[in-house]
Design a protein around this ligand. Structure first.
Ligand code: CMP
Length: 139
């Protein structure tokens, strides 16, 4: 499995608040190359399927409603050690715990509305890329 690819979404509240450009800048300044990108509105079914791993969690319904509430920016990013380096760039899930200067510390509003998603393993990165992009959409 390639270890130089990760998947990200800029989440609905960050897109709605006009933060997409600043967040994409932070990704590029962090050394990531954009391999694919699209603005997309997830249906409830798509959001539910994407986050199916969290189905048993108490916040699943809230998460699905939120992630289907408005457009997201989905992207495939490339860098050596992409998954771990991207998670370091975005910071902890809860922005209150995210290190200073990380994308979530700068732009997230809460643990639920935390500005960006980042894949948690190489295996999931590939699954998430395939969920959102066809091969001919990736440069
Ligand atoms: P993400 O990294 O996209 O993966 C799962 C998402 O679930 C996470 O970001 C948060 O948006 C959300 N999440 C995680 N924990 C909680 C929580 N305790 N309450 C609400 N949402 C959460």
């Amino acid at each position: 499995m390639a270890n130089n690819i990760t998947f990200t979404m800029i989440k609905p509240e960050a897109v709605a608040n006009g933060l997409s450009g600043k967040i994409i800048d932070a990704m590029i300044e962090g050394g990531f190359k954009v391999k694919a990108m699209k603005l997309k509105k997830l249906s409830k079914e798509e959001a539910g399927e994407f986050y199916a791993v969290h189905k048993e969690r108490p916040f699943y319904g809230e998460l699905v409603d939120y992630m289907s509430s408005g457009p997201i920016v989905a992207a495939v990013l490339e860098k050596d050690n992409a998954v771990a380096d991207f998670r370091a760039l975005i910071g902890a899930t809860d922005p209150a715990e995210a290190a200073e200067g990380t994308i979530r510390a700068r732009y997230a509003t809460s643990k639920a509305e935390n500005a960006v998603h980042g894949s948690d393993s190489d295996e999931n990165a590939q699954i998430e890329v395939d969920f959102h992009f066809s091969a001919d959409e990736i440069i």
